[in-house]
Design a binder for this molecule. Structure first.
Ligand code: 13P
Ligand code: SF4
Length: 302
């Protein structure tokens, strides 16, 4: 492993590369990254790294967002096939129809969406800033796409606005069932339930904390509780266990695994670092529109 670490360090320097990774990727990939975080953190970091090239260990929409925010940098995917199915669950035709139907409409797209969908939206959000951003929008009607579960969670905090929800969802999060959470609670009644807002409403209703992957990790670190039931993808366990040796973390079932994220391995990282192939390319006109939508998110989230 020492040799691999040395090779990676050498390649980072030779190729002038910053390695960004999401909390859901494999542990050994998180360990070699320069920056690890949630989608919001990674989109901010992408605008600040001094290196000419970014290697993205995450799914496609994350690499696309980094490229759109940094048109002059080369953004390379650690695995070109790593994708998020939810990103494809929004539809430009439906956006057009909603715009015709509602005059005073803001199209709010979750960052888990394609560049094409972002280009037709008014603002982008992530799970860590969605409530704050929607509260600041002047429009009365909010078309929230693609994730209906995050949309419904956000809507609770903005009762003064009218929401229209997309029909997207993340199967990893919606597979987490309230019954399994309750069973885990019976085994350890003092455990705190920490959930990602992509979970179903009945799971969120059982949660002591709802937030992004970074939010979950911060909550666990600051909490005085000794044990936690984690309702999100298993990749967060790497950081949770590393930073909280005396605390216990349970996952409700074995299926809390995102295949796209897990398709990134040390081997695919090394290959992408050597070749700098799998470069993210976004059509210039689309990228221009998306840049506005993502930059607006960064401004409103501050
Ligand atoms: P975070 O922004 O909370 O890291 O979530 C990204 C994601 O894909 C959740 O499934
Ligand atoms: Fe997409 Fe779900 Fe994977 Fe997140 S966990 S990247 S929403 S498929």
């Amino acid at each position: 492993m020492k040799n691999v670490a040395e090779t990676i360090q050498k390649l980072k320097e030779e190729q002038d590369l910053a390695v960004l990774a999401h909390y859901y990727v494999n542990d050994d990939v998180q360990a070699l990254a320069d920056y690890v975080g949630d989608s919001y953190y990674l989109s901010k970091v992408a605008t600040r790294v001094p290196q000419r090239n970014i290697l993205f260990c995450g799914v496609r929409f994350m690499g696309e967002s980094a490229k759109i925010l940094n048109p002059d940098k080369r953004v390379v995917m650690a695995n070109a096939a790593a994708d998020c199915p939810m990103a494809h669950m929004a539809d430009v035709e439906k956006i057009k129809r909603a715009r015709k139907e509602y005059e005073d409409l803001a199209v709010v797209c979750y960052i888990n969406s394609t560049a094409t969908v972002k280009a037709h939206s008014d603002v982008c959000v992530t799970s860590s800033n969605a409530v704050k951003i929607v509260q600041k929008l002047p429009q009365q009607n909010i078309y929230f796409i693609p994730d209906q579960n995050l949309g419904r969670y956000v809507a609770q905090f903005v009762p003064e606005k009218n929401f229209i929800f997309g029909d997207g969802f993340c199967h990893i999060h919606t597979d987490i069932k309230a019954e399994s959470v309750k069973k885990a609670k019976v085994k350890d009644p003092l455990a705190k339930v920490l959930a990602h807002p992509e979970c179903l409403a009945d799971v969120l209703a059982l949660a002591d904390y709802v937030g992004s992957t970074s939010g979950i990790i911060e909550f666990a670190a600051e909490s005085e509780a000794d044990s936690f039931i984690i309702c999100t993808e298993r990749g967060v366990s790497y950081e949770l266990e590393k930073s909280n040796e005396s605390k216990k973390f349970y996952f409700t079932d074995d299926n809390q695994v995102c295949p796209g994220m897990k398709s990134i391995t040390v081997e695919t990282v090394l290959e992408a670092m050597r070749t700098l192939e799998n470069e993210v390319e976004v059509d210039e006109a689309v990228a221009d529109k998306c840049n506005h939508v993502l930059s607006r998110m960064l401004e409103l989230a501050e």
